[in-house]
Design a protein around this ligand. Structure first.
Ligand code: NAP
Length: 282
């Protein structure tokens, strides 16, 4: 039976550490401030954004939600210009997914790299890819922190990530590579996913399909990081079958695993940007 990684507990420790760093910033006259932009009416996004805002405010970060029920790309760009240049704003998140009329690449490229909490500006994403010291996106960074916390060795390990999105799989592959893992990325066009997962020391599954990762797809003693968030019969679950736990050495629960770590990393990245850049634009 695998050990369940308590993401909630690790996240609580990180949030407490952030609360102290916020206090120090305030003593120096800096009030960390995060602006989250939500476009459209995606129900799941509304819940995620609320969690981020509450957690930030509890730690003393001034977090606010700016909601556009509908907007054009130009309207979002105009708003971003304002907050990019506002020295009292230290962090900006534009919550994904955007409605289809919004030009995602243009909007993400327009976030000031010095305020880019989710590391989605290509300048930051490029630095991460090259292994240059940069901000890392919240979900992959949270996964790395969890593994470190549990003292899971990454160097030289076979890591299989089932996801290639810009917020999960791609950045996580670089973080793993930077830590000397041998990384394989699988996706919907991968011919034989079990062939890869059966060889993996660490499997990260982020497909968004309940029961996707089955016990017979992993090797004994592997570490399973379940990123998926699904709703089945009114209950939240991940992408891994329940009995994967019998074979894994470590597994993250859903809820209570990667989700709280993502939120904790929103706090950490906002504090880090406030400490490093203090809201400056250029
Ligand atoms: P996404 O952009 O839709 O990515 C899903 C990925 O899964 C894609 O790479 C897709 O492949 C792959 N995929 C889909 N069906 C597959 C199949 N049958 N076989 C193999 N690969 C398949 O979603 P996302 O934003 O990355 O999120 C993924 C999941 O993680 C969702 O459940 C989301 O709610 C969850 N999530 C959780 C957190 C958290 O904090 N816990 C944060 C972010 C996301 P293609 O690229 O080929 O389409």
């Amino acid at each position: 039976m695998g050990i369940i990684i308590d993401g909630k507990r690790i996240a609580a420790e990180i949030k407490e550490a952030m609360r102290k760093r916020v206090e120090s910033l305030k003593e120096k006259g800096v009030q960390p401030r995060l602006v989250i932009v939500l476009i459209g009416d995606n129900a799941a996004s509304q819940v995620y954004v609320k969690n981020k805002i509450n957690a930030c405010n509890n730690a003393g970060i001034h977090a606010e939600l700016v909601k556009f029920s509908s907007a054009t790309t130009d309207e979002i760009l105009a708003f971003l210009k304002k907050v990019n240049e506002d020295p009292s704003v230290h962090g900006i998140i534009t919550q994904l997914p955007f409605p289809p009329n919004i030009d995602e690449d243009t909007v993400l490229s327009s976030i000031n790299p010095k305020k880019d909490v989710d590391c989605l500006n290509p300048v930051n994403a490029g630095k991460l890819a090259l292994g240059i010291d940069a901000i890392a996106p919240c979900t992959p960074k949270g996964i790395m922190k969890m593994l470190d916390y549990m003292k899971v060795d990454i160097k030289g390990k076979n890591v299989v990530i089932i996801n290639r999105s810009r917020i999960v799989g791609r950045p996580l592959s670089f973080l793993m590579l930077n830590r000397h893992a041998t990384v394989t990325i699988c996706h919907s066009k991968t011919a034989d996913i079990p062939k890869h997962t059966k060889e993996a020391d660490i499997v990260v599954v982020a497909v968004g399909k309940p029961g996707f990762l089955k016990k017979d797809m992993i090797k004994s003693g592997s570490v399973v990081i379940d990123v998926g968030i699904n709703k089945v019969g009114g209950k939240i679950c991940g992408d891994a079958d329940f009995d994967v736990m019998d074979k894994a050495s470590f597994i993250t629960p859903v809820p209570g695993g990667v989700g709280p770590m993502t939120v904790a990393m929103v706090l950490e990245n906002t504090v880090m940007l406030a400490e490093k850049f203090g809201g400056t634009h250029d």
